[in-house]
Design a protein around this ligand. Structure first.
Ligand code: GDP
Length: 441
């Protein structure tokens, strides 16, 4: 996502960076490129014009002209203005204290409403909430079945709606059941149509009156670009949205919808869908997204992903071991498993500052390599895992045979483990300072 925009902006910034002074002409030329890059990314025309004029005004001000690094200052201004354009700070779900609170998901057919209902339910469950999925698309029995199936997979209860029921009856029964069973959040998956139409809007308005939801979120397909922005406008007019979720941001979407939806509709983009799986949902952080677009990476999201999949107690025990240089092959294997549980290595690398898609596609990361490494470590005896130095010729042969690999593979693993250990030792000696240069700030 945003790769083309990112590449174009970085090419422009390269020209600005490193200059001792910046003339007005150079700034104008640079901003012309930025504007073209935004339009090519399908950013709304008026939004692009406004953001460029804001950047221009600040770039000609004192903060740049009197700076020793004017190019860097311009980039900082672009970053600030991009974040503001997208909404400044993350706006999550504003769930209140009523039990149950209701979140209504609206949107066109195929936008990803049902998938997103499942994702949100899982997201809330991870936060200790007790979500209850409620399908109300009575026009399409397949949509009801899809949500029931999804709920079953995720272990999240789904109200047993049927096509014969009336909307009002479903709403009342679902609320009553939530009260009885202690479900605190109703996630209502509403009907979609192929286009915005009056019948659909009337049904949603009616439903909203009955449910009185705390959040009315539009689910829109990011691939449709400015159409998504227009659709948001139409839904907002009818049902007064509280926010937007853009799906399919993992695809070829140029990003224009994400960049302009807040500026055009005034409604915050709260989450983005980044995959078909139920874990493919990310809270949207404008400042982090601006950082990603400008090629500065997204270290905070990376850290959060790590925190999500790391068991704190285990992490503390590991830290102690690392400090005492007692990090064994067993720990190496466990660490690798926990990194893998965060997602594909290539996706994670995309969050690292300075890493762009081209660099990643050039890398030959074979995820099966991790399976092989795990198999090799599993074929060792506990003693060998604790003291790798005893692994010599005949042991290597036995381990290779046991894990279906070769002695070279075993050697390769031992080498990468000893290198990791060297790094850890260096870190223990020098503290954070020894990692200087690896961090973006
Ligand atoms: P609905 O008609 O609005 O309920 O849409 P669905 O939830 O049935 O989704 C339509 C299609 O989009 C399905 O094939 C989903 O797997 C897919 N989809 C939904 N969200 C995402 C996403 O974030 N990324 C990708 N790649 N596909 C998605």
């Amino acid at each position: 996502m945003f790769d083309n925009l990112s590449d174009r902006l970085n090419a422009t910034f390269k020209k600005l960076k490193g200059r001792g002074t910046l003339s007005e002409k150079a700034i104008d030329e640079g901003l012309k490129q930025v504007r073209m890059a935004l339009l090519e990314a399908d950013v709304n025309y008026r939004v692009a014009k406004k953001v460029i004029s804001d950047i221009h005004r600040r770039a000609l001000g004192q903060e740049v002209m009197e700076s020793l690094t004017p190019g860097q200052q311009v980039i900082k201004i672009v970053y600030d203005e991009f974040s503001t354009m997208m909404g400044s700070a993350h706006e999550g779900l504003n769930l209140g204290n009523r039990v149950p609170e209701t979140v209504m998901l609206v949107g066109l057919q195929g936008a990803g409403k049902t998938t997103t209902a499942g994702k949100l339910a899982l997201y809330l469950k991870k936060q200790g909430k007790r979500p209850f999925l409620v399908p109300v698309d009575l026009h399409r029995p397949a949509a009801i079945d899809q949500l029931k199936k999804l709920g079953k997979q995720l272990g999240i209860p789904v109200f047993d709606s049927t096509q014969e029921m009336k909307l009002g009856d479903i709403c009342r029964a679902a609320e009553k059941m939530a009260g009885q069973e202690g479900f605190d959040t109703l996630l209502v998956d509403t009907a979609g149509r192929l286009h915005v139409d009056d019948g659909l809007m009337a049904e949603l308005v009616e439903l909203k009156k009955m449910l009185n939801p705390v959040e009315t979120l539009l689910v829109a397909d990011a691939m449709t670009g400015q159409d998504a922005v227009n659709i948001a406008g139409a839904f907002d007019k009818a049902v007064d949205l509280t926010g937007v979720i853009l799906t399919k941001m993992d695809g070829d979407a140029r990003g224009g919808a994400a960049l302009s939806i807040k500026a055009v509709t005034g409604k915050p983009l709260k989450f983005i869908g980044v995959g078909e799986k139920s874990t493919g949902l990310e809270p949207f952080h404008p400042e982090r997204m601006a950082s990603r677009i400008l090629g500065m990476g997204d270290t905070l999201s990376l850290i959060e992903k790590a925190q999500e999949s790391v068991d704190l107690k285990k992490a503390e025990a590991l830290e102690k071991k690392l400090k005492k240089n007692q990090f064994t092959l067993e720990d190496f294997r466990d660490q690798m498993a926990s990194v893998r549980s965060m997602g594909s290595i290539k996706d994670l690398m995309g969050l690292i500052p300075g890493v762009n898609k081209k660099m990643i596609s050039g890398l030959n990361i074979d995820e099966r390599e991790f399976v092989r490494i795990e198999a090799i470590i599993n074929s060792m005896t506990p003693e060998e895992r604790r003291s790798h130095a005893i692994i010599k010729g005949s042991r290597k042969k036995r381990i290779a045979k046991g894990s279906g690999s070769t002695v070279q593979d075993v050697n390769k693993l031992l080498k990468s483990y000893t290198q990791t250990m060297k790094m850890v030792k260096k870190f223990n000696k020098g503290g954070m300072r020894s990692l200087k240069g690896m961090l973006p700030f």
